[in-house]
Design a protein around this ligand. Structure first.
Ligand code: ZN
Length: 630
């Protein structure tokens, strides 16, 4: 499209495609003249997108997208060729004459977008001016109460929308006389003249219900959408104001929602924008991770404190477009809101989406009662950084959550916990990573049943089954079955315990099991805990296990186990069952200890940490004895 002699050609000659593409995606040198990165136009994990520095073109070997610098900007910004030329020229600070467009419709659409950008810029300046006026004292007080300094207010261009419904309109009227543009801007509410006359009570203060007109457009019919609100501008990736969020200063419920956002317009689609990305993108690229907070205030606070790689989701669920947008700068994200509390559903959807888009996610959970804003103001940046460095991997976080939500001491709880975690694992794009997590989960939930483990791995790796079910026999582990059989055995069996020594000795499974279990309580937390306790009691009292007054479920478990004996009960089998229980007990202690250790480190309690480290050495030794590595 750019031919020698025309303006676009001149601009293209001056533009460095590597630098311009590099503003949008992360590129690294891959040859003398080549740069590579992940394609922004299709989903991929290994870079097939290349940019040639001297020949000034890009090509994606994955989806076939290719072209020059304008084609790239056009495609990524979703704009026309003339707009792309204009944008590149702006980036290079080359002054431009008027543009020509391919069709009148294209020209109109481009003019509309340009006009909307201009009108938002003007409105933003208007709100900023208003904030400095005497009438805005309460707005300034509110901002001060939220800990915002004048520099932050200036940097984020925070403003005030006056209560008077026509001030903005009057301010804009001098410059913008196109009614369509004003309608499209989303800055006004409208009462069409064709509709029944507006009741004066519905109009804002200062409205003239007679609908008198003095300009090109009807005065009484357009009034500010945002009134008596603190205004936070929302910018696109290149820092242009495209929308606003208005925080009400009125206690009156009739004043509308606490936070009011601009509607969707030709320049603003909330699913495509991430708050503060324009300011944060450089830092995100450099540090190779983004901090995601929920609210704009949190975002401003973290950013002003010096952590520049922060963006806000603004309380709504992340969209695929937003994930792709962010993914151009980094695929690593630390999520700093509590997915447990308010907005949990949105937070959970966001995380689910980020997992499926192959982000590496960590969760930063601050002490309860603290949002990032409050945390930094009360405890300072160093404390926040410290907390940041202790962010937990998302799946570790989920497993811990599952362990709190469901009592994993029972087999029923385990199955519930598994079914809670399964959909999360199934979203991970990589099969190998899914398998790893399935193993990790079995381990951490103490799932010893081979059947259940297998089922989980299968569901996770194939992404097919949506649930796992408890294995027959009430979800008992193999170890539990052996112990039940041992305890239920009455007559001592004669077996050779040690063939090496050639000695015959009595093998008394019930007695030996009783001895181990009463001393170490190894069966605690298992599905069969109650049944095993009854059997232990029966052994002490010399009762026939089958004559015990058991609950129906327990009786049926006992019957299933005894009916299903197809492996001889040997001393080795019993020993291995006990060892398995010991391993599990140690793993639990280790998990608990690691947790305490993390807490101690977070509190910077070095005395406790030292003690816990000692304890960990002891535990590791004990684990290696039972053949467990930690
Ligand atoms: Zn591609």
């Amino acid at each position: 499209m750019a031919n020698p002699g025309d303006l676009a050609y001149t601009i293209k000659e001056q533009a460095d495609i590597v630098r311009i593409v590099g503003e949008y995606i992360k590129l690294r040198k891959s040859g003398a003249q080549n740069f590579q990165g992940l394609c922004p136009f299709h989903q991929e994990k290994t870079p097939s997108f290349s940019v040639h520095a001297t020949r000034q073109f890009f090509h994606c070997f994955g989806c076939g997208a290719s072209g020059d610098v304008f084609a790239f900007v056009q495609k990524i910004e979703n704009i026309t060729f003339p707009e792309a030329v204009r944008l590149v020229a702006e980036k290079l600070k080359i002054p431009l004459p008027k543009m020509s467009y391919a069709s009148p419709a294209e020209a109109r659409a481009a003019r509309m977008r340009g006009g909307l950008i201009d009108i938002h810029e003007r409105a933003c300046a208007f709100f900023q001016e208003q904030l400095r006026r005497p009438e805005a004292a309460h707005a300034r007080e509110y901002l001060a109460s939220r800990g915002l300094a004048p520099e932050q207010i200036a940097e984020f261009r925070i403003g005030y929308a006056p209560d008077h419904g026509f001030l903005l309109r009057d301010a804009l009227r001098k410059q913008f006389d196109d009614e369509e543009l004003l309608r499209e801007s989303g800055l006004f509410s409208w009462k069409d003249k064709s509709q029944s006359p507006v009741a004066s009570s519905q109009l804002p203060e200062g409205a003239d219900p007679s609908g008198s007109t003095t300009g090109h457009w009807p005065l009484a019919t357009a009034y500010s959408r945002f009134r008596n609100r603190v205004m936070f501008p929302i910018c696109n990736e290149s820092g242009k104001v495209i929308a606003f969020t208005g925080r009400t200063l009125s206690a009156d419920e009739k004043a509308g929602p606490k936070y009011l956002n601009s509607p969707e317009t030709p320049i603003y689609s909330k699913s495509r924008v991430l708050f503060n990305l324009d300011k944060a993108k450089e830092a995100i690229r450099k540090l190779d991770y983004a901090i995601l907070v929920e609210g704009q205030m949190d975002c401003i606070s973290v950013y002003s404190a010096g952590r520049r790689n922060v963006i806000a989701s603004s309380g709504t669920a992340f969209t695929e477009l937003q994930a792709r947008l962010l993914g151009r700068f980094s695929k690593n994200i630390v999520v700093n809101f509590d997915p447990d509390t308010a907005g949990a559903a949105a937070a959970e959807r966001s995380l689910a989406l980020l997992v499926s888009e192959d982000f590496q996610i960590k969760v930063l959970t601050l002490e309860s009662g603290f949002d990032p804003d409050l945390y930094i103001r009360r405890k300072g940046l160093a404390a926040y950084d410290e907390a940041l460095s202790h962010s937990q991997k998302y799946f570790d976080y989920l497993i811990e959550r599952a362990r709190t939500l469901f009592p994993i001491r029972s087999s029923e709880g385990k199955v519930k916990a598994l079914n809670y975690l399964l959909p999360h694992i199934q979203r991970i794009p990589s099969r190998i990573v899914r398998d790893e997590w399935a193993n990790e989960i079995s381990h951490r939930l103490g799932i010893e049943s081979a059947v259940l483990r297998q089922e989980l791995r299968h569901a996770a790796t194939s992404r097919s089954a949506s649930r796992v079910s408890a294995a027959s026999g009430g979800g008992l582990t193999d170890a539990e079955r052996v112990l039940i059989r041992a305890l239920a055995s009455t007559a001592p069996a004669r077996v050779a315990v040690s063939s090496r020594e050639g000695l015959d000795s009595e093998f008394e499974p019930a007695r030996q099991t009783h001895f181990a279990l009463t001393r170490e309580r190894l069966h605690e937390g298992f599905a069969a805990e109650g049944l095993i306790d009854s059997l232990l009691l029966a052994h002490e009292q010399g009762l026939d296990p089958m004559a015990l007054p058991l609950e129906e479920a327990e009786r049926s478990v006992l019957a299933t186990v005894l009916m299903d004996e197809h492996e001889e009960l040997t001393p080795e089998l019993l020993e291995s069952a006990l060892r398995s229980l010991r391993r599990r007990a140690l793993r639990r202690q280790m998990d608990e200890l690691q947790h305490q250790l993390k807490e101690a480190e977070r509190r910077q309690d070095s005395t406790s940490a030292a003690k816990l480290l000692q304890e960990r050495i002891r535990l590791r030794k004990a684990m290696s004895v039972v053949g467990e590595t930690a």
